[in-house]
Design a binder for this molecule. Structure first.
Ligand code: CUA
Length: 379
């Protein structure tokens, strides 16, 4: 039976001691997040408007920590102070309290204020990121692929693979999209992310402010090797990770040099994204040993040296030239060294998946000859 008497709140000295401790801890958390170096949670910011996001982050971390300390602190205190005691009758229940207008007023006003502040502030940061940035910057493009990024620049033909370079202190308008599935472009030091969606162009605008080499990370699950599309993973299983790509912010002079280098290198590259091979690769002098080393570096993330059926991402490649189960290659052509070279050159897209082409895999003609020599040596 519940006793029918006015509820007594037994908040004694202990409650006020707990309140003091909780208030001091909450204050300490606010001071901590206001002044700590954010390096403990993220790398230093290297582009504008990234700095604005850091200030908002401090505010959110400070308020969230303080709220967590208050809620968890009182929860722990009340669990101890109002625990069941040995002397309590077995059917004892706590004091039943209904309605406390003062408390309800405050726990409505404080969260409301916080949400309003956060909304207004977030809109301000959103405006800085989406609208206030210069629109006349250097226009660059990044295209997501399974599982690497490529880049396109004005006055450079074709796609750039490997590293992306940008000049310091120059505004950038970056358009991103995808050639296959949804990826997401993220440079943690820039604090900016953009989804790469096939058929859609998303734009981010920013100004790199610090010379350096920053990892590019894919932050949208995009298939088996999604986790390898990250500059934070330079090696994987002891081997260099071909999906580790970087955004290099150069001095204007270094950028010019890099830019000119690609203009020359890609002078005859096609501007079409789907690249089709232009010539036949000479396979003479292919070195199986060099091919083996290259295979470990470039191919082994997707292909095992095993029978066709043992797929990693693509099929196993052992005995490619004389497999009675698979007299033909995946593209239907006869298994000959020249046809293997053609697939390496053009890439492949079909029922069992797709493989990037020669340019995207950054293979020279000599590399292809070596790979074909190696693959042909595996009987
Ligand atoms: Cu690309 Cu995840």
């Amino acid at each position: 039976m519940v006793e029918n008497r006015a509820p007594a709140t037994t908040l004694g000295r202990g409650f006020w001691i707990a309140t003091t401790v909780i208030a001091l801890l909450a204050l300490a958390a606010i001071v901590f997040w206001s002044y700590t170096s954010l390096r403990i949670v993220m790398p230093p910011v290297a582009a504008q408007p990234g700095g604005e996001i850091d200030v908002l982050f401090r505010f959110m971390a400070a308020t969230a920590s303080a709220i967590m300390i208050v809620v968890a602190g009182y929860l722990i205190y009340f669990m101890i102070a109002f625990r069941a005691r040995k002397t309590d009758p077995p059917d004892a229940i706590g004091v039943q309290i209904h309605d406390n207008h003062k408390l309800e007023l405050w726990w409505t006003i404080i969260p409301t204020l916080l949400v309003v502040i956060l909304s207004v502030w977030s809109v301000k940061v959103w405006y800085a990121i989406q609208i206030a940035q210069p629109t006349n910057g250097l226009v660059v493009e990044s295209i997501g692929h399974q599982w690497y990024f490529t880049f396109r620049y004005p006055q450079i033909h074709g796609e750039i693979t490997g590293e992306m370079h940008l000049p310091v202190n120059q505004p950038v308008v970056m358009n991103v999209t995808s050639a296959d599935v949804i990826h997401s472009f993220w440079v943690p030091q820039f604090r900016l992310k953009a989804d790469m969606v096939p058929g859609l162009i998303n734009t981010i605008r920013f100004t790199p402010t610090k010379v350096g080499r920053y990892p590019i990370v894919c932050t949208e699950f995009c298939g088996t090797n999604h986790g390898l599309m990250s500059g934070n993973m330079p090696t994987w299983q002891g081997k260099p990770n071909p999906g580790a790509q970087y955004l290099v912010v150069d001095t204007p002079a270094d950028f010019e040099k890099w830019y000119h280098g690609w203009q020359v290198k890609n002078a005859h590259a096609s501007d079409a994204i789907a690249t089709v091979s232009t010539g036949t690769i000479s396979l003479a002098g292919g070195d199986a040993k060099a091919g083996q080393a290259l295979f470990a570096q470039k191919c082994s993330a997707c292909h095992a040296i095993a029978p066709f059926s043992q797929r990693v991402v693509g099929p196993g490649l052992k005995g490619l030239l004389d497999d009675p189960q698979h007299p033909n290659l995946v593209d239907g052509d006869k298994a000959t060294p020249a046809n293997i070279a053609t697939i390496l050159q053009n890439g492949y897209k079909g029922d069992i998946g797709q493989m990037p082409n020669q340019a995207a895999n950054n293979l020279s003609d000599k590399d292809i000859a070596n790979l074909v020599a190696y693959l042909s040596s595996l009987k």
